[in-house]
Design a binder for this molecule. Sequence first.
Ligand SMILES: Nc1nc2c(ncn2[C@@H]2O[C@H](COP(=O)(O)OP(=O)(O)OP(=O)(O)O)[C@@H](O)[C@H]2O)c(=O)[nH]1
Ligand SMILES: [Zn+2]
Length: 228
Amino acid sequence: MDLAGSINSHASSTADLPAPSASIPRPQASAPAPSPLRVVHDTDGIDLAEAERAAARFLAALGIDTSTESLRGTPGRMARAYAELFSPRPFDLTTFPNDEGYDELVLARSIPVRSVCEHHLLPFTGTAHVGYLPGHRILGLSKLARVVEHFACRPQVQERLTKQVADWLQAHLEPKGVGVVIEAEHSCMTLRGVQATGSSTLTSTLLGTLRHDARSRAEFLSLTGLHS
Ligand SMILES: Nc1nc2c(ncn2[C@@H]2O[C@H](COP(=O)(O)OP(=O)(O)OP(=O)(O)O)[C@@H](O)[C@H]2O)c(=O)[nH]1
Ligand SMILES: [Zn+2]
């Protein structure tokens, strides 16, 4: 489930995105700093005991004997492993006033991505490059990686993951532009099935100035190493 909340409420919320109204307030001379948005993933739907029972039945149906000492704990480990993969860490979306009017690209490169493809429930891993052109506020740099983790920790397709990160930053930070590029290797495509070992998939979402202005777009793609 996607998350959105009021940027100055400090309350977590589980409403669906996008929520363009949840934008960051404009800085005012004497206004107190807004409290950061607390982003919390709803894990209420996780029932570890039931997942463990289901994993035991799943393994039995595949002819795997889990009565040995070594495999006895495997259904529980499977349940906990997937619960972990689907539980992003909560974080505060800390922003700061853009007092100096910085108007060049801010780009976090090579952010590790670890997600699970929703078709086979097998991992896909790679890197994300996430950038934006600041508006009234700048974002704590680590938050670019935390937003990626937030959307990666669920059954995904790479295209949706890429767009969700970009749309979320656009809605909550209101920058002049956002660019997200993800390159990932899907184990469902390399370890099994077509077994295209070494293949990787590239996806991108560009918004605002980074989409519409040819020079900004070229600069972003060049800095991500996609375009010379
Ligand atoms: N577009 C997209 N497809 C994905 C992603 N992750 C996995 N897939 C694909 O999902 C498709 C599911 O196709 P199916 O034909 O239903 O599954 P399958 O019989 O296991 O297909 P093969 O993988 O070709 O053996 C496969 O082509 C996967 O490569 C993703 O992030 N984006
Ligand atoms: Zn897959």
